[in-house]
Design a protein. Structure first.
Length: 535
């Protein structure tokens, strides 16, 4: 054996002397034990686990609040296996609810806090949840959703003062017992749900296991980002989706580090202020925010000296944004691809080995294959459909057997993305498989054209979709957000058309340009290209 580490008395051991690290789980295994309980036993009681505004939460306080919250939920009649829907802002309460539920055997279901009442009604009905807890900031959408839904949870809680039909969470936690034995579970048992972002339609509930957060934290967090207890994590991406859940919660808790939480929606100004104030070592963003931050550099000189590494996911990072960020800050951005179904990043660039415009190489512990339309593997530098497998993939979608069968193919997960792999094993994103278009009989990647447009100094963001011309033939159509002060006229369209013609194969240039104030996106920053297609 190599570097064998027993993670406290937590039911999991890790051999970091192997590549990938070998994970061994005992039975029973409740994942709240290694992420929450063990830190007190290992002497981290006084270390800061969370910083949120002026509030700090130590590891001992976190463990106690998790226990109290688990007891409070059970005291309301929410039982083992029941679902708890969470519409909670990034705050310590999110962690208390999430881990308290898991430790008590309840299944937490954190959901997007930017949705509308019909979306929440759908999730309440789909989950059949026994409990729901929301932050008061979201009452205007959650409370109508409770009235619209055919199912109403028995327990409705609010993070803050009590509201009509909702009991205050804090007093329940304060009066609950501070000791809680972990509910019996196995590493392969259902643990929590995450709804997909719905970039191509109705969201699906991916059901994750107790082992999944251990796998992503060890294989990607430790294995690729080299995280340690000395790191301070700041994620502009929010806790309610998979990328943010790892960045700002599971990764720091896995190594006993500190997480910085900000309930507000991130902006360049707020992210710069948080970095200056909390001095994080790791910053996790999305391409849209990196682009906006680069634009803000023209008026601001933020202090980023605490950072050792920047990370991007949610949407492929154009190479031009990486190069401009590196030139402006001296920092690399590690781009990668992950998904709700895989829980976090499974293909990533590496520290000191970044390929601009590429997603990188397969994360140790995962496998990938690229297949053509017949299901056969493709040759290097040939685009095809990306499938991956690994120890963190969801087992199924809740009550969605047809969609489960279409996506979870045995051990393999069909990502729905088109990729190509070069001869060196580096993976390049070509777009969502549904977004690929044939122009002149040749497959064409919207992302390649978008990356070319973004390289033009007048362009902030771009999205490309296929559109039929007068002859019924598909050609690229570009939707563009310009930098401040640029003129969205015919001259700009012609300049951008010429720019693409000069850089790419002639058939790839956009035939049409639409200038927009903003592109439609999911909460994870993914461009919703289907909303840009002609009906």
């Amino acid at each position: 054996m190599g570097d064998l580490r027993q993670i406290g008395d937590s039911g999991v051991s890790v051999d970091r002397g192997t590549t990938p690290a070998t994970l061994d789980f005992s039975s029973p295994f409740n994942v709240a034990v290694p992420f929450i309980d063990r830190h007190v036993a290992e002497g981290r009681s006084d270390r800061i686990a969370i910083r949120c505004g002026e509030e700090t939460v130590s590891y001992s306080a976190l463990a106690q609040q998790v226990n109290r919250c688990g007891n409070a939920l059970a005291g309301l009649g929410i039982g083992a296996g029941d679902r708890l829907v969470m519409v909670i802002k990034d705050s310590p309460a999110f962690l208390y609810l999430f881990w308290g539920a898991i430790k008590a055997g309840i299944v937490p279901v954190p959901v997007n806090t930017m949705l509308r009442a019909p979306d929440y009604a759908y999730m309440i009905e789909t989950s059949g949840c026994a409990g729901l807890c929301y932050s008061p900031e979201f009452a205007a959408e959650v409370e109508p959703a409770l009235n619209q839904a055919d199912h109403r949870p028995d327990a409705v809680l609010v993070e803050g003062d009590a509201r009509p039909g909702a009991e205050a969470l804090a007093p329940l936690i304060a009066t609950a017992a501070a000791d809680l034995a972990p509910a019996p579970a196995r590493a392969e048992d259902d643990c929590f749900w995450l709804f997909s972002s719905g970039s191509t339609g109705r969201p699906k509930a991916a059901v994750h296991r107790h082992r999944d957060m251990v796998a992503t934290s060890e294989h990607y967090g430790v294995g690729c980002l080299a995280i340690t207890e000395n790191d301070v994590f700041y994620s502009a991406a929010k806790l309610f989706f998979a990328y943010g859940l790892g960045n700002a919660m599971t990764f720091p808790l896995w190594v006993g580090a500190t997480a910085v939480l900000d309930p507000a929606r991130p902006t360049p100004e707020s992210s710069f202020a948080n970095i200056a104030k909390y001095r994080p070592t790791l910053y996790f963003g999305v391409p849209t925010l990196y682009a906006a931050q680069l634009q803000a550099f023209e008026k601001a000189a933020p202090d980023l000296t605490s950072l050792r590494l920047c990370v991007s996911a949610g949407e492929a990072l154009p190479g031009d944004i990486l190069e401009r960020w590196r030139a402006a800050t001296g920092l690399e951005i590690l781009d990668g691809i992950g998904s709700t179904e895989a829980l976090h990043v499974f293909i990533s660039n590496r520290i000191g080995a970044v390929t601009p415009g590429a997603s990188g190489r397969v994360v140790p512990g995962y496998d990938a294959q690229i297949l053509d339309e017949t299901g056969a593997p493709v040759a290097p530098d040939t685009p095809g459909r990306l499938l991956i497998r690994g120890p963190s993939t969801a087992g199924y979608y809740w009550r969605e057997p047809e969609r489960t069968a279409a996506t979870m193919k045995g051990d393999w997960l069909d990502t729905g993305d088109t990729y190509l792999r070069d001869a060196d094993g580096v993976y390049f994103y070509c777009g969502r498989s549904d977004d690929m278009m044939k122009v002149g009989g040749i497959w064409c990647s919207p992302f390649e054209i978008e990356a070319c447009l973004i390289a033009h100094p007048a362009v902030l963001e771009a999205a490309v979709v296929g559109r039929a011309d007068d002859a019924g033939l598909v050609k690229p159509a570009a939707h563009v957000v310009l930098q401040d002060g640029e003129d969205p006229g015919a001259a700009m369209a012609e300049a951008l058309r010429a720019h693409v013609k000069a850089a790419l194969a002639p058939y790839k240039y956009p035939r049409w340009f639409t200038f927009m104030d903003a592109l439609p996106k999911t909460a994870t920053g993914k461009i919703q290209r289907y909303k840009l297609r002609d009906p």
